[in-house]
Write a protein that binds this ligand. Structure first.
Ligand SMILES: NC(=O)C1=CN([C@@H]2O[C@H](COP(=O)(O)OP(=O)(O)OC[C@H]3O[C@@H](n4cnc5c(N)ncnc54)[C@H](OP(=O)(O)O)[C@@H]3O)[C@@H](O)[C@H]2O)C=CC1
Ligand SMILES: CC(C)(CO)C(=O)C(=O)O
Length: 297
């Protein structure tokens, strides 16, 4: 029976794996061994334990690779290209790839480079790891799936249907590039500021942080207008401040990375905005200062 391979057995990878495994064959692939018994803690505190084979790269071979129906790449953005290159020799060249990274960069690179169809996913699900044995589903959300240039609609629908059937609400969309940029804008307005000042998301509503977010929002709006990207229905400030309120008690992913001494996704989140700003001759001093802070620390 062909299986779905989830490359990057972190918080999101295990969340997806533990859901899909209720209905179909799933394997996790990581850089180091993990126990096969993995526990999902739901947002309401219930637990569910499943056995999911967790391979390391040295256990991959053509027999395993040719049996893979879909690859979900769930590493951090900065690790995605290397992880894809490591797994590629073992896969059929037409294997569909689903990219789950925040930010915008690897999506365009791998859509160009991978020999099979590439879909991008953007999700508002929230998850964090609980040691090597489990993952906590911290907040329910929704996942949108699509091809960067609007193709592969049937495949996107199939992936969304399989996710939704497994308990992760999902829909196929034809404008995933715009959806990724909206998420990028939310992440750019929130993550670098909360990570730099080590505050929870809700504290952005107070001084001295609120004017910082407003200044970033002005730069984001200028870049998105220059890139001809439609704004979200509620406007950019409306979207960002509603996410801040909805996640007020959260420590954002970039803050968690800083607190744990891990690399941050600043390149994937701020890099595309700075590049687009330069391309259009726009001044983006707030975004540049935030980028410098993380690049130099
Ligand atoms: N967590 C969440 O709630 C959400 C996350 N996202 C996005 O999803 C992506 C993943 O985030 P998250 O799951 O939190 O990150 P994690 O750091 O929890 O997981 C990343 C995983 O990738 C593994 N990895 C790194 N390099 C490789 C490689 N070469 N081959 C195989 N595995 C590798 C890591 O292994 P190791 O342990 O060895 O480092 C780790 O298990 C990010 O882009 C994030 O922004 C989006 C929405 C929500
Ligand atoms: C929406 C937000 C900012 C929630 O914390 C997030 O996506 C993150 O932490 O990366």
């Amino acid at each position: 029976m062909s299986r779905q391979l989830i490359v990057g057995p972190g918080a999101l990878g295990r969340l997806v794996a533990l859901h899909l495994a209720a209905r179909e064959g799933v394997m996790l692939l990581g850089r180091r061994p993990l126990p096969a018994r993995q526990t999902l803690t739901t947002p309401t505190g219930e637990t569910c334990t499943r056995e999911i084979p967790c391979l390391t790269l040295d256990a991959l071979d053509h027999a395993v690779g040719t049996d893979v129906a879909i690859v979900h790449l769930t590493t951090k953005a900065y690790a995605a290209e290397a992880a894809c290159a490591a797994v590629a020799p073992w896969l059929r060249p037409d294997t569909p790839l689903v990219l789950w990274q925040n930010g915008y960069g690897v999506q365009a690179t791998l859509t160009e480079r991978w020999t099979g169809p590439v879909l991008c996913a953007t999700t508002t699900e929230g998850a964090f790891l609980q040691g090597d044995e489990g993952v906590v589903h911290a907040g329910r959300g929704r996942t949108l799936v699509g091809h960067l240039h609007g193709g592969h609609g049937a495949l996107a629908s199939e992936v969304a249907t399989r996710l939704a059937a497994a308990g992760l609400p999902a829909a196929a969309v034809s404008d995933i590039r715009v959806r990724l940029w909206h998420k990028l804008a939310v992440n750019a307005a929130i993550n670098p500021v909360v990570a730099r000042f080590r505050i929870r998301n809700g504290q952005l509503r107070d001084r001295p942080f609120r004017p910082m977010v407003d200044a970033v929002l002005d730069e984001l709006a200028a870049v998105m207008a220059a890139e001809d990207l439609p704004l979200p229905a509620e406007g950019l400030p409306g979207l960002v401040w509603s996410v801040v309120s909805g996640t007020a008690n959260n420590r954002a992913s970039m803050l968690q990375d800083v607190l744990l001494g891990r690399p941050t996704e600043h390149e994937a989140i701020l890099g595309p905005l700075l590049t687009a700003g330069r391309r259009h001759g726009l001044a983006t001093p707030q975004l540049a200062a935030l980028y410098r802070h993380f690049a130099e620390s």
